[in-house]
Design a protein around this ligand. Structure first.
Ligand SMILES: NC(=O)CC(=O)C(=O)O
Length: 272
């Protein structure tokens, strides 16, 4: 489809999984009611809490959360990008931070495990050690859907332009970037990074975000949708809710034709 409506859901997920899913389902209903054919949810959508809670609430994929969201995808006949959830791998000590794309039939169309884990120590800012509880994925994923080619990534991945360039070269037209970005870094980095990824790869960016105070830091929110020219086409307020915007693949291919930077690359000169 060349033009369609997409939506990003912004929520304040906490340690009550039932309540998190109840809210998210309401926002999916709202987004579908506003005509969205592709709906994105934020990172760690079904649970955010302390490490013990992360393990207790992690799931196999498929598992209860994905099955429940699959029913919503089927009910509304939409592509539903489930943000991410903590994924259990039997026999492994750590979890994966995993995103799942569901088809309008409610089936798993693609799955991606966060590749870059948020291990940082920022002066006067957040310190986090995601690798204490999570293992990194190692596979770049571009999902082939009847709406568009959708490149998958999660939150801190946004700071690593390499994977977005590779996804664009593999055909990605939209990057879905669910996040729980910190307020401290987000106020300066979130929007510039999202716009940069859109401009340099001439792709749409849909970035559904967490809002609210999390155990380690306040989340920045400001879910964003950016077009391939770098214009912000939708932006959340500081509250939970849904934003929508039109995705226009004709615009994307016109921009790629007029400024052919994906074709004008010089990989023969790019050496570390
Ligand atoms: N929370 C994250 O994974 C990333 C983030 O907040 C940042 O990169 O800054």
């Amino acid at each position: 489809m060349k033009q369609f409506i997409a939506a990003a859901v912004q929520v304040d997920s906490g340690n009550d999984k039932k309540e998190n899913l109840r809210k998210v389902e309401q926002f999916i209903d709202e987004a579908a009611g506003r005509g969205a054919k592709l709906i994105g949810l934020p990172e760690l959508v079904n649970f955010i809490g302390d490490p013990a809670g992360q393990f207790a609430n992690a799931e196999l994929i498929p598992g209860p959360t994905i099955e429940r969201l699959g029913k919503k995808a089927r009910q509304h006949q939409v592509w539903l990008h489930c943000g991410s959830i903590g994924e259990i791998i039997p026999g492994e000590k750590k979890l994966y931070n995993t995103t799942v794309l569901l088809s309008p039939q409610g089936e798993i169309a693609a799955q991606y495990r966060k590749m870059h884990l948020y291990d940082v120590q920022v002066t006067n800012g957040p310190s986090a050690m995601e690798s204490d509880t999570k293992k990194p994925g190692n596979q770049i994923v571009v999902a082939d859907t009847d709406l568009a080619q959708i490149g998958l990534s999660i939150c801190y991945d946004l700071r690593f332009p390499e994977i977005y360039r590779i996804m664009a070269l593999q055909g990605a037209e939209i990057f879905l970037i669910p996040a729980s970005f910190t307020l401290f870094t987000g106020k300066d980095h979130w929007e510039p990074l999202l716009r940069a990824r859109a401009i340099e790869n001439q792709s749409y960016v849909i970035a559904p975000a967490q809002i609210g105070v999390k155990p380690k830091f306040p989340a920045y929110g400001k879910s964003l949708m950016v077009d391939p020219w770098g214009n912000v086409i939708a932006k959340s307020s500081d509250k939970e809710g849904v934003i929508t915007a039109e995705i226009d693949l004709d615009l994307l291919y016109r921009i790629r034709q007029e400024i052919p930077c994906l074709k004008n690359r010089r990989p023969d000169c790019y050496h570390e």
